[in-house]
Design a protein around this ligand. Structure first.
Ligand SMILES: Nc1nc2c(ncn2[C@@H]2O[C@H](COP(=O)(O)OP(=O)(O)OP(=O)(O)O)[C@@H](O)[C@H]2O)c(=O)[nH]1
Length: 491
């Protein structure tokens, strides 16, 4: 009579089957979990209403990484046709209408089902700051017009407001350092240099600045668990268009009929209106009495003389702090690398001077040659460039060098710490991204807790352990294996 194998019972068979099913289920979960998913995105829109023009930026980030860990990237940008909204002071409704084409473009770029949950912001900078100083009633009307236009959009309108110069500087710094991945990793930060049409900003972290000297220049942030005390200053009227007005105002104090300008090319000649030149709070108090209606703006193309004229735009005489940049404004010692964007980039890129490993002497030599080039040759060499921009590159290049070296105290050594940038990893450098990240709380104060293992690694390890346990189990039930039971049959 055969002796019954004690392992060969229904219970052990059921346990074995359950074990196999459990392993198959575990492996299936691991495979499914690691399969690439169809990525879903969320969106945010920011309008930069600058002094010279308005731009719309659409940002995108992975929807399932809403918990502050997803990377926000610029998906699209649209330049609004026409001038900045502050130029519509005489017809405010047109400021709202001007945004229509870009808003329509945004509706096409953002998937329809996301429209209602996509935040929409408008921030106005120095052009509106000047209009607000000049005529608050009119500036309010312009804001009403743009608000009316944005409220009609299908997006989640979050407001249109005037940005303080300090915010413009600080959010530009956040953008540069976020895109460069310097914040999450707690690395040395990059300073931000922004040159607009009506204002210019400098923002950086310095070991010598804790906010106690000139507290109005300090902005503090806690980002990803790191504390930052940022030095920032915005110089209203020192954007490149307003600086050009201040400089020409120096030339035209006596109300001459002809202005011989060293910052314009030889052979350049344009008739300009005094009323247009002095139509800005940056120069309106200097308007010469009894000046003719127009003046002939002619060029002599002399870089050294241009430098002298440009230097007069800055006041270097008074400083009540331990050190200053210009106009009596405190500035700590420059520290670290700097990213220079907006007009810094447009101008230096055009002049082929974005390479800061070139010595300052060589930069000046190149600019000297460029300024001395006859206007007819410049126009011939750049038929596609807007004449308005073309006429100003000699001044703009000289202004940028003077602002950096005489204004902010960059030396021939620290000049090489500057990078002229337009975009970082596909996103434009500027205040808009930092502004949106702040308003949507996308940068946490504390570093997010990360599990010791990534999820995929965790699933793989659990699966391997489960398989090992199962193999051990199989080995332990060896007596049940067919060849084992055959050996010891007792008859
Ligand atoms: N050469 C050149 N200049 C440009 C270009 N786009 C803008 N600018 C000029 O560069 C300057 C700065 O432009 P933005 O950064 O847009 O400045 P903004 O926002 O209008 O000015 P703020 O309100 O002062 O910030 C202005 O004088 C513009 O006219 C370009 O493509 N090429």
């Amino acid at each position: 009579m055969k002796e019954k194998n004690p392992w060969h019972t229904p219970v052990t068979i059921i346990i074995t089957v359950i074990g196999v099913i459990a392993i198959v289920a575990l492996v299936t979960v691991a495979v499914l979990q690691n399969m690439p998913l169809l990525q879903k995105y969320k969106y945010g829109i920011v309008l930069d209403a600058g002094s010279s023009h308005t731009s719309l930026y659409i940002y995108e980030w992975p929807a399932e990484k809403d918990n502050n860990t997803g990377r926000v990237e610029q998906k699209h940008s649209c330049t609004v046709d026409g001038p900045g909204i502050s130029s519509y002071a005489s017809a405010p409704p047109k400021a709202g209408e001007s945004l229509r084409a870009c808003m329509r473009e945004a509706e096409e770029w953002v998937p329809k089902k996301r429209h209602h949950e996509t935040p929409l912001y408008l921030g106005a900078t120095a052009g509106m700051r000047l209009l607000d100083m000049e005529n608050k009633v009119v500036s309010d009307k312009v804001f009403e017009a743009v608000k009316g236009a944005l409220e009609k959009s299908p997006f989640s309108y979050q407001g249109a407001r005037l940005l303080k110069g300090q915010e413009e500087g600080a959010f530009g710094w956040v953008t540069v350092n976020y895109l460069d991945d310097r914040l999450k990793q707690g690395l040395e930060t990059t300073g931000a240099l922004d040159l607009g049409g009506a204002s210019t900003q400098i923002s950086f972290v310095s070991d010598n600045y804790d906010g106690s000297e000139s507290p109005s220049n300090s902005v503090t942030f806690r980002l990803y668990g790191n504390d930052y005390t940022l030095y920032t200053h915005s110089f209203l009227c020192y954007g490149k268009d307003q600086a050009q007005r201040i400089r020409l105002a120096e030339h035209t104090q006596s109300g001459p009929k002809i202005v011989a300008d060293p910052c314009s090319h030889p052979g350049y000649s344009e008739t300009k209106k005094y009323s247009v030149l002095y139509d800005s709070p940056c120069v309106s108090d200097r308007k010469p009495q009894g000046a003719p209606e127009t003046f002939d703006h002619t060029g002599t193309g002399n870089f050294q003389e241009c430098q002298e004229v440009v230097k007069k735009v800055f006041n270097f005489t008074k400083c009540k702090y331990s050190q200053c940049s210009f106009n009596g404004v405190f500035q700590p010692i420059l520290q670290g690398p700097f990213g220079a964007f907006s007009a810094y980039y447009f101008v230096m890129d055009f002049l082929n001077l974005t390479d800061t490993s070139i010595t300052l002497e060589d930069v000046k030599e190149k600019l000297k040659l460029y300024c001395a080039t006859p206007w007819s040759q410049i126009v011939q060499q750049h038929p596609k460039t807007k004449p308005k921009y073309l006429a100003e590159y000699c001044f703009s290049g000289t202004y940028i060098l003077t602002l950096l070296i005489d204004g902010y105290n960059f030396t021939s050594v620290s000049y090489s710490d500057i990078r002229f940038i337009k975009k970082i990893k596909g996103s434009d450098a500027g205040w808009t991204l930092g502004y949106m990240l702040n308003l949507t709380n996308m940068i946490p104060a504390e570093a997010p807790d990360t599990p010791p293992l990534p999820y995929a690694g965790y699933v793989s390890i659990v699966t391997i352990i489960a398989v090992l346990i199962f193999i051990l189990f199989l080995v332990s039930v060896r007596p049940l294996w067919p060849h084992c039971s055959k050996q010891q049959q007792i008859v």
